[in-house]
Design a protein around this ligand. Sequence first.
Ligand code: ATP
Ligand code: MG
Length: 137
Amino acid sequence: MERTFAMIKPDGVRRNLTPEILARIVRKGYRIVGLKQMVISRETAQAHYAEHKERPFFGELVDFITGGPVVAIALEGENAILGWRGMMGATNPANAAPGSIRADFATTTGENVTHGSDSPESAERELGLFFSEGELL
Ligand code: ATP
Ligand code: MG
């Protein structure tokens, strides 16, 4: 069974979208194997988004993701990596498929409510960054 790392970003938590997003995950049939609300340190944020460190929006991205509590989620299910990316929709909400989380709840690329790992390698790395072995049940 495949595992992926999902996150409700600070905008989603601030807007009280946590229950709605968790309900969608449960209805889809994924198993939640890890869940915690936390504030991300700058160090963890920089590691999490290391692939973007040369991009012009990197500083803003780190400020945003550390600017309030997030909900870190480890999901398990068949094809969970691509499946969760599909549920989120495209990075820019303007391009997100109707009915996806970003289409339904976001208007800007910078604050797009959720994160999802984009490959098996990212999923393993990100799960390791946010959860210790004993926290995944
Ligand atoms: P995430 O990694 O957060 O799940 P993603 O994989 O859909 O999103 P990435 O290309 O990895 O998109 O970009 C990471 C995040 O950086 C985006 O979710 C968005 O918040 C921010 N971002 C990406 N491109 C831009 C941009 N052009 N301007 C501002 N912010 C951006
Ligand atoms: Mg990404």
